[in-house]
Design a protein around this ligand. Structure first.
Ligand SMILES: [Zn+2]
Length: 391
């Protein structure tokens, strides 16, 4: 039988003196190459150890940054280390690392873009907004639509929007090629914000042009429509104000009610026109309950109670579960002393509503259903289901 023998040289101090540094560097390199592993090591280490381990890894990284050629694994190591620094809030170290990377003559274009973006993120994390903007601008000026550049656009607009620099944010956003509808909507809202700034500076004409542009870009932009309508009314351009209102009702029936307070002024000389628009707004299938309730209120004030009742009845039929419509209808009926019908409406409304309520609910995770489960299908807890409590 062969016996396992420990070679003699392993007992020598010299052997260990030579191999220990090599093994240690492999361990450190492995740590920075695998961020997840590094994080685990760092999490399990004592605070004092973490700092020294990171310092060694940082020294190692700065060491190979001094070499003439950069390998992919060197870059990967820097990426991992930079991430760890940023996650630990050690932005000064992250900045130093990424600045050293950027100065390396052997950097290819992709690595250059990564290092610039990483540097910008370090500055942003440290709250050095101007520095972050500088790095991002450098990235944005580079050729081609690279993922780093798109990320730079996003971060740059985020920085500008956070500081209320709407014009700058808009300039960056305008450079995005082929914006999708969601981006166009944001563009329009930014234009509106910028327009409001101009209004504060009494630059009405310029502001109005921006509101117009915003509405052209996104006809659903009610924020711009609201300011535009007010300006047009102020300038006695009633026909144009009416057009904006009609467009808004057609494009945003769900939110049109926010423009209803301007209708009386815009249609000062055309009450019939206002009635047609308000009627359409009140009975649109997507209308907000306020539209029908406010139109009915207007009709009642004009002494046209029967017509008001008709509007509320139709709105209620369309959405019998909307509590505000049921409430308005039953109140109008009560005012007309038609108490029996008022009660019937409330009764029906409650019945409709109850049919949507589930019977059971898990008191652990909130899962609700009409079937009784002894073990919750969502959070897997036993005996956690209770009778559903209506709020
Ligand atoms: Zn549950």
């Amino acid at each position: 039988m062969q016996q396992f023998m420990i070679p003699d040289y392993m007992y020598s101090t010299e052997f260990w003196l030579l191999t220990t540094p090599v093994l240690l560097s492999f361990f450190l390199l492995g740590m920075v190459l695998k961020p997840k592993g590094a994080r685990e090591v760092i999490q399990s280490a004592k605070p004092s150890e973490v700092t020294s381990v990171l310092q060694s890894a940082s020294d190692a990284a700065l060491g190979f940054l001094e070499a003439e050629n950069l390998s992919d694994s060197d870059i990967e190591a820097c990426k991992a280390l930079g991430r760890v620094f940023r996650e630990r809030g050690e932005f000064d170290k992250a900045v130093a690392l990424h600045k050293s990377v950027l100065q390396h003559p052997d950097l290819n274009e992709e690595q250059h873009r990564w290092a610039l973006l990483a540097l910008a993120k370090d500055f942003k994390g440290a709250g050095l907004t101007t520095h972050a903007e500088e790095s991002l601008h450098q990235l944005v000026e580079l050729k081609g639509d690279t993922p780093e550049k798109l990320e730079a656009y996003r971060l740059l607009t985020e920085l500008y929007e956070r500081q209320g620099k709407w014009a700058e944010a808009l300039t960056v956003r305008n450079r995005l090629r082929n914006p999708n509808m969601k981006q166009k909507r944001t563009h329009a809202l930014l234009m509106h914000k910028q327009g409001q700034e101009l209004l504060k500076q009494n630059k009405e004409e310029e502001a109005q042009k921006l509101f117009e542009k915003a509405l052209k870009l996104d006809s659903r932009c009610l924020a711009a429509a609201e300011d535009q309508v007010q300006l047009l009314i102020k300038q006695a351009r009633y026909a144009e104000a009416q057009d904006v209102l009609r467009e808004a009702q057609a494009n945003r029936p769900d939110l049109f009610y926010i423009l209803e307070p301007y209708m009386a002024d815009a249609f000062k000389e055309d009450e019939q026109g206002m009635r047609v628009l308000w009627h359409a707004a009140a009975l649109h299938p997507k209308a907000h309950w306020r539209s029908s309730v406010s139109f009915a209120q207007f009709l009642e004030e004009q002494g046209e109670t029967e017509d008001a009742l008709k509007i509320l009845r139709r709105a209620y039929e369309q959405n019998p579960t909307t509590i505000e419509t049921a409430n308005a209808l039953s109140q109008l009926l009560t005012r007309k002393e038609e108490n029996k019908e008022a009660l019937l409406v409330l009764h029906q409304h409650l019945n409709e509503k109850i049919s949507f309520f589930p019977l059971w609910q898990c008191d652990q995770c909130g899962f609700s259903s009409n079937k009784l489960f002894w073990r919750c299908p969502q959070c897997s807890k036993w005996d956690s289901v209770r009778a559903y409590k209506h709020k």
